[in-house]
Ligand binder design. Structure first.
Ligand code: UD1
Length: 368
């Protein structure tokens, strides 16, 4: 901090998984008010109460200072609208840095705006690669990392990916996982929730499924295959299915909602604490989410990832994650293994210890 007295940062959030990532960073920034002046901008990419506001309350962080209210639309429409609206904020506030997390459209859009205005970009959760360019998130990750000035990673494989792409070593910092900071902070509080009794569940006696990837839920054949597999699993165990709006829309459009309701317990999207409690007490989780692969690893709950690949290989190497793609035979085999107690041995990845945001703030203070 040679030349600058107080560092001005704009924190950006947009979609549900961003909130768990920004929460510990805001908490750490609040402790450093002497050095850091920050503003939080919500793009409004997610806007339903249970996809957005609820998280700020439960994660005990202040509401965003500005909400751009962008809403849903095609990728180009959404990205362009975020860029147009965010530009005037950056021009007005004149931050030294724009800090983005994760890999959603808001992440890439705001990084691009900042960089073109000559403002440095900090990317938290940098370096993840699925090597699958058909995923919108992969494009967002590549673009954001390429123009970021400080890249905070959560695993050594992410560092390696960045180095292979020519990012200078001096810009890469392995700090651990901010999402796990949030999980560890709220884990005991989540235990007191009532979601298990509300849904009539016994601990370790049900599976949870979440689905939202376009490759799974926007392709009728794939969504139908998944529902058929769930019907088979439901013969052994109860399945709880907190349903994402995108998934619900498509189940409804393709007349699959009634059958899904018959064989699984559908709930609306759950708040952070209820979902954490549900996941922690499940016998296993099936998902296509990235964050859930990480959270189940720390909770020591088996996770089957219904995708062909993962940008989080550490959860397979060290954690509870198994990639099954949509292969029904493989999924049912893994489910039976889990039920019979034949579990993978696991350990926590390095630095997933609840102190990642603290490390980030320390490094920002040191390097500015
Ligand atoms: C987005 C992210 C994805 C992230 C996911 C977490 C991108 C490209 N995708 O996907 O990386 O894992 O969020 O949930 O940024 N909708 C609502 N209410 C809301 C938000 C969305 O009803 O609050 C509906 C709208 O119909 C919308 C659809 O869900 O069209 C999809 O929302 P969108 O933000 O485009 O993508 P997600 O699938 O949520």
């Amino acid at each position: 901090m040679k030349h600058i007295k107080k560092i001005k940062i704009i924190n950006v959030v947009g979609a549900r998984p961003n909130f768990m990532k920004i929460a510990p960073i805001i908490t750490a920034m609040r402790k450093e008010k002497k050095y850091i002046n920050y503003l939080t901008v919500h793009t409004g990419q997610h806007y339903d109460r249970e996809m957005s506001q609820l998280f700020f309350k439960q994660l005990e962080i202040p509401k965003p200072d500005i909400n751009l209210g962008v809403g849903s639309g095609s990728h180009a429409w959404q990205t362009a609208k975020i860029m147009r609206l965010f530009e005037s904020i950056v021009v007005k506030y004149k931050p030294h840095y724009v800090l983005v997390v994760g890999d959603v459209n808001s992440t890439a859009a705001c990084s691009l705006v900042a960089k073109k205005l000559g403002v440095k970009v900090i990317h938290v959760e940098a370096g993840l690669r699925s090597f699958d360019n058909s995923m919108p998130e992969e494009i967002n990750r590549i673009l954001t990392d390429r123009i970021s000035d400080m890249l905070f990673t959560h695993s050594y494989d992410a560092n390696l990916n960045l180095k292979k792409e020519g990012i200078p070593n001096k810009n890469i910092f392995m700090v651990g996982n901010v999402m796990i900071d949030t999980l560890l902070r709220h884990r005991s509080k989540a235990k007191h929730g009532k979601i298990l009794s509300q849904l009539g569940l016994n601990k370790k006696d049900y599976f949870v499924i979440t689905l939202h990837r376009p490759s799974n839920v926007d392709v009728r054949k794939n969504l139908k295959n998944i529902i058929n597999t769930l019907i088979k699993i439901s013969k052994f165990k109860k399945i709880i299915f907190p349903i994402n709006p995108r998934t619900k829309k498509n189940l409804s459009k393709w007349r699959l909602l009634t059958i899904t309701q018959k064989y699984t317990t559908l709930t609306p999207p759950l708040g952070y604490l209820d979902f954490l409690n549900l996941m922690a007490n499940a016998q296993g989780v099936l998902t296509d989410s990235g964050g859930i692969q990480e959270e189940t690893t720390i909770l020591n709950v088996p996770c089957l990832t219904l995708r062909d690949n993962t940008e989080r290989p550490i959860t397979v190497e060290k954690g509870t994650n198994t990639i099954t793609n949509l292969n029904e035979v493989k999924i049912l085999r893994e489910i039976k293994k889990i039920i019979s107690g034949r579990r993978k041995r696991t350990s926590a990845p390095p630095l997933w210890d609840g102190r990642s945001a603290e490390r980030i703030i320390k490094i920002i203070k040191k390097y500015v």
